[in-house]
Design a protein around this ligand. Structure first.
Ligand SMILES: [Zn+2]
Length: 340
């Protein structure tokens, strides 16, 4: 678990000694970038073992809180911010959603349209149209399958996962990362689980027709890599390939005249050389990380606030983020540092 999630309950208690407006003015951080993945009352199996998912009611109250203290910004406002031309004194937020899940189309978009809140969605070129499944979702489906069918565990080949006890197998499956993702396929086959069938029947992702219709209704779409690797674990060459391929795909597929990119998982550990490459070739208009409220040196790159902290509403999360930011500013540690 991220250190920030552990600190949230304490930080938000202390942070709440100040009003939100006071925290905003003390910190000087008046433009924020909250982000989510899924909003739903029926948690899908693929996301079950992943993040803290907000219900429709909780999401709507997050939005109410945000709208009380901030103005909902449009993509053009954020592009003006990059050029230092954002006018207006009221604090603002720009909302984004990662992974291109069908709940954005079915649940989130209708709420945002009703409330008049603009948003951008970040999609993986390999997953749109339910062509493939994110390896982390595979592990979630696999765990669910093994919990439901405990008798299947003995079928798992000893060479793929050494642990035979139920608890250990589940723990091990959760730690399988991008470079070992083929192991998930192997285990699934041995326990008679078909991920393609899951994609066909459950349709976890939006398809191109749904995305085009959302674009016609004013939503923005950007890239989120090809197939969601953790960037710090792949080479610089692979990082650049993942970013450029997915950006080009989104742009061409959906005829967009801007390029937005959100790092899969996090931009933590991504080098200065990566950002230098993109600032030279100007392929990306705006990019986003997920390190909370932080100062960024890189033009057009913004850190977003993860809003899916289990058991926490927008007020808790933002109070804690702001308070944490203020604490760190006393010791000069709220700026992102990068290696070469
Ligand atoms: Zn993601």
């Amino acid at each position: 678990m991220h250190i920030r999630n552990i600190l949230h309950p304490t930080m938000s208690q202390v942070g709440k000694l100040f009003s939100m407006d006071r925290l905003i003015s003390l910190s000087g951080r008046d433009i924020i970038f909250p982000f989510y993945h899924i909003v739903t009352d029926e948690i899908p199996i693929h996301a079950k073992h992943r993040y803290g998912i907000k219900s429709v009611k909780d999401f709507e109250s997050d939005l109410e809180f945000l709208l009380k203290h901030f103005k909902a910004l449009d993509l053009n406002d954020v592009l003006s911010l990059k050029r230092n031309k954002l006018s207006g004194k009221k604090p603002g937020f720009f909302l984004t959603f990662d992974d291109g899940l069908s709940e954005f189309y079915n649940v989130v978009a209708p709420i945002l349209l009703r409330k008049g809140i603009p948003a951008a969605c970040f999609i993986n070129s390999a997953f749109v149209d339910n062509k493939q499944l994110f390896y982390r979702y595979k592990s979630s489906i696999l765990i669910h399958h093994l919990k439901e069918n405990k008798n299947l565990i003995h079928l798992i080949d000893k060479n793929t996962i050494a642990e035979k006890s139920h608890e250990n197998i589940i723990k091990q499956i959760l730690t399988i990362d991008y470079s070992e993702r083929h192991v998930l396929e192997k285990i699934a086959t041995s326990v008679d689980l078909d991920f393609n069938k899951y994609l066909e029947t459950q349709k976890p992702y939006m398809d191109a027709v749904q995305i085009s219709s959302l674009i016609n209704q004013g939503f923005y779409f950007g890239a989120h890599s090809i197939d969601h690797p953790l960037y710090s674990k792949i080479t610089l060459k692979e990082q650049i390939f993942q970013t450029e391929t997915s950006l080009a795909w989104v742009k061409k597929q959906f005829n967009q005249n801007f390029s937005l990119f959100a790092f899969p998982f996090t931009d933590h550990g991504v080098s200065k050389s990566y950002f230098d490459h993109f600032s030279e070739n100007k392929v990306v208009d705006l990019s986003f990380g997920s390190a909370g409220i932080k100062k960024e040196k890189i033009m057009g790159h913004y850190q977003r606030i993860p809003m899916e902290v289990p058991g926490n509403n927008a007020e808790n999360i933002l109070s804690s983020e702001y308070f944490y930011y203020l604490l760190k500013s006393f010791v000069g540690k709220n700026r992102i540092r990068r290696h070469d």
